[in-house]
Design a protein around this ligand. Structure first.
Ligand code: GLC
Ligand code: CA
Length: 554
């Protein structure tokens, strides 16, 4: 395998709106990120992915872009962005931006022009169909609820949006659209960006000609995934994009790819793959239900383990997946993947270690390094996320009371991850001197960066140790390039695996509150990491404490 500059890096996702507010308007911004670069450097991360901060009406928090060449004034200016890139570079850090090109905003100039002249050049930038009274072009349900078709203002046509109606899908079949996309990517890469995270990319190829599928809910619509399963030929678009952009710059790219098949993995992330890496979402779909969030099942430790190993086996040494515990679209991982009694410092560190030592690139989402938890939303008024609002409605329609519907959907709300970063015990968690745009999690007085800074036993200190271990020249080769082999796989509530390279490492997590023992096949040479003060050895047998994590060299 050809070595790449990003193989041994650790990435960190910033949700700009909620990271740090520098000017007291209650909204995080780019100068705020700049002022926290030393915090990030101290943590040890190298690659910073910023969720979108382009000009946007914010219907979907910036995932609806109205100008790909400008920074939204809420977040700062182009100059701020350039300064961020430069100051990160001085610290040997790389900036990734979010490439949102499955769709733009309905306030983008292209869409405005399409409304003015649907049969002209810009009409062909979108998927337009003639409007027929009482009939939709297809029966597909958008990700955020309701049909994917909306009237094109001022015309007798309708346009396709697989996400929100303010996010019209771009027609990738049109070479002019693709040219615009490549031009923009290169414009940013010329500014010294490290690369891009690539949003919702699996949606760019549609199954043509459009047709209906079997409805799967009482609304008579079907999940958009039905159409996507049938779509072929996305590789032509992705390969072209790689060659015209990322490849020329040796840039890093990580795709938001769902439902890939095993045989497609080499195409996506192999030696000359479309992307440098792609996220592993296998854990995030555990317990999912077609009916909606209200019907999702909690994830058990055994299911979590199974999901991780499934991906590891599927990918092998073909390439590098990007491993996450959470992101801006998911609830907090510690609230989701740990049993209730495990949502404590020991459990949080265990989950961190189990995820971090998997083969692939570790991505940390802001606040994860502090053990930030889901937010108790007490009223639907406190929720901003369009996806949660839709799922709340779905739960109400299924017959739940408003109170129960809120309780059920807030377990999965994207806003759990979007509450302001908890910097300190000061008002509003030290995030802003103004009124925060979204509720601050009331537990900030206990969970915050400042109080964990000088505590060697804090979750934050544990993350620093994990990152330092990955970078330790003695172990780096094994952790980055070594193989992964599950061990004691059938043991209930135990997740354990080998990492084998020039060293032999064993990662063991006791995924329960009760102790359990394992017997090592050979003597332990070194304890590289332990989330407890001691280890209860008896010869080669170790009795693991509740949620104990060990990283051993054998
Ligand atoms: C991706 C983003 C999500 C957004 C959607 C539409 O899934 O991560 O936040 O809502 O795409 O752009
Ligand atoms: Ca601000």
């Amino acid at each position: 395998m050809t070595k790449k500059w990003w193989h041994d890096k650790v990435a960190y996702q910033i949700y700009p709106k909620s990271f740090y507010d520098s000017n007291g308007d209650g909204i995080g911004d780019i100068p705020g990120i700049i002022s926290k670069l030393d915090y990030l450097k101290d943590l040890g991360v190298d690659i910073l992915w910023l969720s979108p901060c382009f000009r946007s009406p914010m219907a979907d928090q910036g995932y609806d872009i109205s100008d790909y060449y400008d920074i939204d004034p809420r977040f700062g200016t182009i100059q701020d962005m350039e300064e961020l890139i430069e100051k990160a570079k001085k610290r040997n850090m790389y900036i990734l931006m979010d490439l949102v090109v499955n769709h733009c905003s309905d306030e983008h100039e292209w869409f405005q022009k399409a409304c003015q002249d649907p049969d002209g050049k810009y009409g062909n930038f979108f998927y337009l169909r003639d409007k027929k009274e009482g009939e939709l072009p297809t029966n597909w349900r958008s990700y955020f609820g309701g049909p994917v078709w909306e009237d094109l203002p001022g015309t007798d046509k309708q346009y396709l949006h697989v996400f929100h109606k303010k996010q019209p899908d771009l027609n990738w079949e049109n070479p002019e659209v693709r040219e615009e996309v490549y031009k923009n990517i290169n414009w940013w890469l010329d500014k010294g960006l490290g690369g891009f995270r690539i949003d919702a990319i699996i949606n760019i190829k549609k199954a043509l000609p459009f047709h209906d599928y079997e409805p799967d809910r009482e609304d008579g619509l079907c999940s958009i995934s039905k159409m996507l399963e049938e779509a072929r030929g996305i590789g032509e678009f992705l390969g072209e994009m790689r060659d015209r952009t990322f490849k020329k710059y040796d840039a890093f790219s990580v795709g938001e790819v769902f439902n890939e098949k095993k045989e497609e993995i080499p195409d996506f992330i192999g030696e000359n793959g479309y992307f440098s890496s792609m996220f592993d979402f296998n854990e995030t779909i555990c317990g999912a239900s077609d009916k909606g969030w209200y019907d999702c099942k909690p994830v058990t430790p055994d299911e979590y383990k199974k999901a991780c190993f499934e991906t590891q086996r599927k990918v092998g040494d073909v390439g590098f997946v990007s491993n996450i515990i959470e992101n801006h679209d998911e609830p907090r991982g510690v609230s989701r993947y740990l049993p209730e009694d495990g949502c404590c410092d020991a459990g949080k560190k265990m989950l961190a270690g189990l995820n971090f030592m998997l083969r692939g690139l570790p991505f940390i989402y802001q606040g994860q390094e502090l053990g930030m938890e889901n937010c108790p939303f007490t009223s639907i008024e406190e929720v901003d996320d369009i996806s949660t609002l839709d799922e709340y409605q779905v739960a109400l329609n299924a017959g739940f009371t408003p109170q129960d519907a809120l309780k059920l959907v807030s377990r999965y709300s994207r806003d759990n991850a979007r509450t302001p970063m908890q910097w300190s015990q000061e008002e509003n968690a030290g995030f802003t001197t103004g009124k925060p745009w979204l509720k601050v999690n009331p537990n900030y007085s206990i969970i915050n960066a400042a109080s964990q800074e000088n505590d060697p036993d804090s979750v934050r200190s544990f993350y620093k140790k994990l990152i330092a271990l990955r970078k330790n020249p003695q172990y780096r080769e094994t952790i980055v390039y070594g193989s992964l082999e599950p061990v004691w796989e059938d043991r209930h509530n135990l997740m354990s695996y080998w990492r084998k390279g020039d060293k032999t490492l064993l990662v063991i997590g006791n995924y329960q509150k009760d102790t359990q023992s394992v017997t090592l096949p050979s003597e332990c040479k070194n304890v590289l990491l332990n989330n407890y003060g001691d280890i209860a050895w008896e010869g080669l047998t170790v009795s693991l404490y509740g949620y104990q994590l060990l990283i051993l060299e054998l």
